[in-house]
Design a protein around this ligand. Structure first.
Ligand SMILES: N[C@@H](Cc1ccccc1)C(=O)O
Length: 521
């Protein structure tokens, strides 16, 4: 047994020992007193006591006391009498009062009328019939007798006015006064009740045994001083062990939205490859969005159900006549590109229409018009399509667009750049032949979605056609691509629904890892 006790003692925390020792000196010490004696804070005392209690060394008893006092309003009513008492006083003489005259004949305030009638009836001091209040026999008895509530009010007032203003506790009240308290409690704003929780500690058998066995309290060092190190005193100190199982608060450091983060990563990749960054505007003319890309004016993608047309401004300015005419010619006859064009009458009013850009490829043609090759340009931007939202579709998403325009650039370079780009992002993609009106050859990049057991498209690419380049005055090959960004984010963060990226799901955002374990090479 004793061995058992010394094992328990060995495992006691210094705070537990201090609390126990104080209780050994005086079992009636309150937690506050124990805290003071040992220069501990009350929290540490309570947690040490809790720990002692969990080991059946002491018992912690909790009791709640309610102290009752009058508030200002209560004081006033105790002095002038509760409103129903003031009415009863009149009723004792008058026997009955017309409701209409109630305030006037009894001196109560108008706002008190409802309260008065309620309590007169509840206390059975009066009856009400057709607008007349009549005193009851029971009420007559109360002419010289106080109700329990009134008795309590008087006691409270007396206590307040006396010199040794002691506390009146609900537990001190006899049955009558306690029922008075209950009544008063129902009327808001007469008394205030302050609840106080007190804890008392009691030594249990095990605690007594431990005290009998005795123990020493050696202060634990929490901080070393240079003095202690110099003198070698540190060797004799007792150190508080680290509790590596201690609970810790979860921390959610601030971080960028995953979409934002991937965009930054993509920008960094292209900037590192020596691409310059360009920007366009969300509101674009059909001319740049479609026509400059040799997209015929009856092309399905230009239909209202695919593209958001803008009402205000309904039209955009077209660029200079030379370019507009050259584009018109490319569409109508192919110009001198060796192509036949689309063989229809090109309409400049259709080209003027304002649209929300459906891709960022219009930035590339603008850029080719404004700059001389050689050129390496990229841009990141939002694009809009009239699509129904699904797990992989959004009507609004981001693309990264890029072109390389230089002598000798070819389709192999295009595939090489795409492969390199996705590799940097740690994606494995496959290429498929594709069709775009503005490129030849054309390729689509796809990635496999494990969960949906299907390939999803990440973006399109190709070599710009001569019908696109000639009107822009470009006579070197140009590789181009436009890749969706949301889908990359979706796969990287293992989200099965792309819409998640646009929800304010704080829990999900909070718990996302900061770098997702993926770093740039
Ligand atoms: N603009 C195409 C992608 C693309 C860009 C450049 C060349 C070829 C294709 C899209 O939005 O899907």
């Amino acid at each position: 047994m004793s061995e058992n006790i010394s094992k328990i003692i060995n495992e006691l925390h210094i705070y537990e020992k201090k609390v126990l020792k104080s209780l050994g000196e005086n079992e009636n010490y309150s937690p506050e007193e124990i805290a003071k004696i040992n220069s501990m804070d009350i929290k540490s005392v309570m947690s040490a006591a809790g720990s002692l209690a969990s080991k059946d060394i002491i018992e912690v008893e909790k009791s709640v006391t309610e102290s009752i006092a009058l508030n200002d309003n209560g004081k006033k009513y105790t002095e002038i009498g509760l409103p129903e008492r003031r009415v009863l006083n009149v009723l004792v003489d008058e026997k009955e009062i017309d409701m209409k005259n109630l305030a006037k004949s009894t001196g109560i305030e108008n706002y008190e009328i409802k309260i008065v009638i309620g309590w007169l009836l509840r206390k059975n001091w009066a009856k009400m019939d057709k607008g007349t209040i009549t005193i009851t026999e029971f009420g007559e008895e109360f002419e010289d007798k106080k109700g329990n509530d009134e008795k309590l009010l008087e006691i409270l007032l007396k206590n307040e006015n006396s010199d040794q203003n002691s506390q009146i506790l609900s537990s001190d009240l006899d049955e009558d006064l306690y029922s008075g308290l209950k009544q008063l409690n129902e009327r808001k704003n007469l008394i205030k009740i302050e609840k106080e929780t007190t804890h008392t500690f009691k030594l249990l058998e095990k605690g007594i045994k431990i005290l009998k066995e005795g123990f020493t309290i050696q202060e634990e060092a929490t901080q070393l001083t240079s003095e202690q190190i110099k003198t070698g005193e540190w060797k004799n100190l007792k150190y508080r062990p680290y509790d590596i199982d201690a609970e810790y608060p979860e921390i959610f450091p601030g971080k960028g939205h995953p979409l934002r983060r991937i965009i930054e990563e993509i920008r960094e990749i292209f900037l590192n490859l020596g691409f310059s960054e360009s920007n366009g505007s969300i509101l674009e003319s059909a001319f740049w969005n479609f026509d400059s890309l040799f997209q015929p004016q009856d092309h399905a993608a230009r239909e209202m159900q695919d593209t958001f047309y803008v009402k205000n401004p309904q039209d955009c300015h077209l660029p200079g006549d030379d370019l507009v005419n050259a584009v018109a010619e490319a569409h109508e006859t192919g110009g001198d590109t060796g192509s036949e064009g689309w063989n229809y009458k090109w309409d400049k009013y259709v080209a003027k229409q304002s649209v929300l850009r459906t891709h960022t490829t219009g930035i590339s043609t603008r850029c080719l018009e404004e700059n001389q090759p050689p050129l390496k340009m990229f841009s990141v931007g939002r694009v809009f399509r009239r699509e129904t939202s699904t797990y992989k579709h959004l009507p609004e998403f981001h693309q990264v667009e890029a072109i390389v325009a230089a002598e000798g650039i070819n389709y192999q370079n295009l595939l090489g750049i795409l492969k390199g780009f996705y590799k940097k992002l740690k994606f494995e993609v496959r290429f498929r032949p594709a069709y775009f009106p503005y490129t030849y050859l054309s390729t689509e990049c796809e990635v496999y979605l494990e969960e949906k057991e299907s390939w999803i498209e990440l973006g399109g690419s190709g070599m710009f056609r001569p019908e696109v380049l000639a009107p822009l005055g470009i006579n070197v090959p140009v590789l181009a691509f436009g890749l969706g960004i949301e889908r990359l984010t979706m796969i990287r963060y293992d989200i099965s629904d792309i819409r998640m990226l646009y929800k304010s799901d704080i829990k999900w955002l909070r718990e996302l890892p900061i770098d997702n374990g993926i770093k740039l090479d």
